[in-house]
Design a protein around this ligand. Structure first.
Ligand code: RIB
Ligand code: CA
Length: 314
């Protein structure tokens, strides 16, 4: 049986790649998208999510719109230089034909997990606000979810949104601290590994040759994102952040894990930093926290090739 997943997303160029990667993988059954602010405001994230499913010919998959602001403060706004003002590399997609559900992301998550306890994996690839809101509304989702596999955080690696913090966590650290502290199994696919999943210019050129609508869309939206990475990371190509979470679901053997409790910084320069308790001595702030599967190693080349193979075969 394919593994049921709900992707919580702020599309986003790498979000689009991750959503298509999941749709091209028969091991996974994408039962819904929930949308969140981050790369764009939530309204635009919802429009992009609907458009991506229509490009993939999967307009049947529901989209539930999520929160517009973080738990404790307004969303600070997107950074268009990274994903484009439209979140899709400035290709300015037309309005989607479909409409989102009229229930919130949190309600959708609760409803689906209640209906199929133990069967659904949550895959957040944006800020964790919707997941935290769902936990607050119905704490039992921590028992009902099969697992949470998220793209976010940085255990031992530097941040990208600040020297301390990774973008998804920094956009709502309070939500992230709740998610890492609930009683479910969380797997953190963070910058420690995603900055080692390097999509080269050759991989990118290959997408344009695949001859299917999803790969063609990727080829259209990637150049803007690639220019950002080449200007800021002095590297050709780009990094496969969100898709690495999908790759973990498909091929966990490509990853090396350590199990540590995680706390999230919420103040000052360290706001948004994910702090693992890596030593034997557990301080009170980490006492009793669940152990998180923290990805600390990756076969980056194989991860990136797996995504290309699945999209080529779409
Ligand atoms: O830090 C990378 C994360 O921030 C990815 O999810 C990307 O889409 C952005 O949301
Ligand atoms: Ca994202």
């Amino acid at each position: 049986m394919p593994r049921k997943i709900i992707i919580d997303t702020d599309p986003g160029v790498d979000d689009a790649m991750a959503i298509f990667f999941a749709l091209c993988s028969p091991e996974l059954d994408l039962i819904g998208l929930t949308t969140i602010f981050g790369n764009v405001h939530t309204a635009l994230a919802t429009k992009n999510a609907l458009n991506l499913l229509e490009i993939a010919g999967r307009g049947d998959i529901p989209v539930a719109p999520g929160a517009s602001d973080a738990l404790t403060r307004p969303f600070a706004g997107p950074v268009p230089a990274v994903h484009g003002a439209d979140g899709q590399g400035e290709v300015n997609l037309p309005a989607p034909t479909g409409k989102p559900l009229n229930i919130s992301a949190a309600e959708f998550i609760i409803e689906r997990l209640r209906a199929q306890p133990g069967e659904i994996t949550l895959v957040p690839i944006g800020p964790l606000t919707n997941i935290a809101l769902a936990l607050r509304l119905e704490p039992r989702i921590a028992d009902w979810a099969r697992e949470v596999v998220l793209m976010g955080g940085n255990a031992l690696a530097p941040g990208n949104a600040s020297p301390a913090a990774e973008a998804n966590i920094r956009n709502d650290p309070e939500a992230a601290d709740l998610v890492f502290g609930a009683g479910w199994q969380v797997t953190m696919v963070g910058l420690d590994v995603t900055l080692r999943a390097h999509i080269t210019p050759a991989h990118i050129a290959d997408y344009a040759e695949h001859g299917n609508p999803m790969s063609a869309h990727i080829a259209r939206i990637v150049p803007h994102y690639q220019r950002y990475y080449e200007a800021n990371y002095d590297v050709g190509g780009l990094f496969s952040h969100d898709s690495s979470a999908i790759a973990y679901l498909l091929a966990p053997e490509l990853f090396k894990l350590r199990r540590w409790p995680i706390r999230v910084g919420t103040r000052g320069l360290g706001r948004g930093k994910t702090w693992p308790a890596t030593g034997r001595r557990i301080l009170p702030e980490w006492e009793g926290r669940p152990l998180v599967n923290v990805c600390v190693g990756i076969d980056g080349a194989r991860t990136v090739d797996l995504q290309s193979e699945r999209l080529r075969g779409a």
